[in-house]
Design a protein around this ligand. Structure first.
Ligand code: AP5
Length: 226
């Protein structure tokens, strides 16, 4: 496989960020998480951050036109020449279309879309207990992945907070948004033969191992096709 252009798809709280962090290290590819990029823009008070904040706090999707350019520029960058990991993008049919057009213009294509599958009940449990570091967005869970010291990020020592959109009523709305706008992409990518499902209900280590196996199989298939 010459390059690895990977999308992590799945409901809020399915573990995309948790796996994205691991994959970024293992695959040595740039990792673009739209939620993290938007939260950084909110913290820095940029035009994008100011425009996105009200949508994010409500659990609504930020309008496509604000998102598409932000990702297109990153995919087109030197650091993404050997591939990339996208987390949280695409999330709507127009975003998927824009991504396909951008890649086609660059003479590239997606390699795989990994769907991390979990139930709504599990999403509510996970997001209710999630703690996120204010500095870099590293994620912990009070029960499943507690930090060594309560309220402090193991990795960079910054404060751990509960995200504004992890309140129960906002979590429910985010799940509705996922079903209405993002879930149709599962069928879309399945139809293109790009989708691989991963059981997100397993432990983070087991989910990661299943992803490794899936990527190894893809590499084998690509080698055999040459
Ligand atoms: P975003 O930050 O992308 O939120 P999300 O997709 O809802 O995903 P999360 O970050 O909530 O969860 P995750 O799947 O990464 O799970 P995590 O690994 O943290 O987006 C936020 C907002 O930005 C959106 O609502 C929208 O407004 C806007 N936005 C972003 N992208 C956009 C786009 N493309 N278009 C328009 N708007 C956009 O895990 C969750 C918790 O579970 C953690 O505590 C973790 O420790 C724990 N955990 C993880 N894996 C496991 C496991 N296997 N077992 C037990 N616990 C686990």
């Amino acid at each position: 496989m010459e390059e690895l252009n990977l999308v992590l798809l799945g409901p809020p709280g399915s573990g995309k960020g948790t796996q994205g962090e691991k994959l970024q290290e293992e695959l040595r590819l740039p990792y673009y998480a739209t939620g993290d990029i938007l939260r950084a823009a909110v913290r820095e008070g940029t035009d994008l951050g100011r425009a996105a904040k009200e949508f994010m706090d409500r659990g609504d999707l930020v309008p496509d036109e604000l998102i598409v350019g932000m990702i297109a520029a990153r995919i087109d960058s030197e650091e993404a020449a050997d591939g990339f990991i996208l987390d949280g993008f695409p999330r709507t049919a127009p975003q998927a279309e824009a991504l396909a057009e951008k890649l086609e213009a660059l003479g590239r294509a997606l390699t795989v879309v990994l769907l991390i599958d979990v139930s709504d009940e599990e999403v509510v449990r996970r997001l209710g207990g999630r703690r996120t570091c204010v500095e870099s967005g590293h994620v912990f869970h009070v029960e499943f992945n507690p930090p060594k010291q309560e309220g402090v990020c193991d990795i960079d020592g910054s404060e751990l907070i509960t995200r504004d959109d992890d309140k129960p009523e906002v979590i429910r709305h985010r799940l509705e948004q996922y079903q209405a706008k993002t879930a149709p992409l599962v069928e879309h990518y399945d139809g293109q033969g790009l989708l691989r499902r991963v059981d997100g209900a397993a432990s983070p280590e087991d989910v990661c191992e299943e992803i490794r196996r899936t990527l190894a199989t893809l590499r084998l298939e690509a080698d055999e096709a040459i």
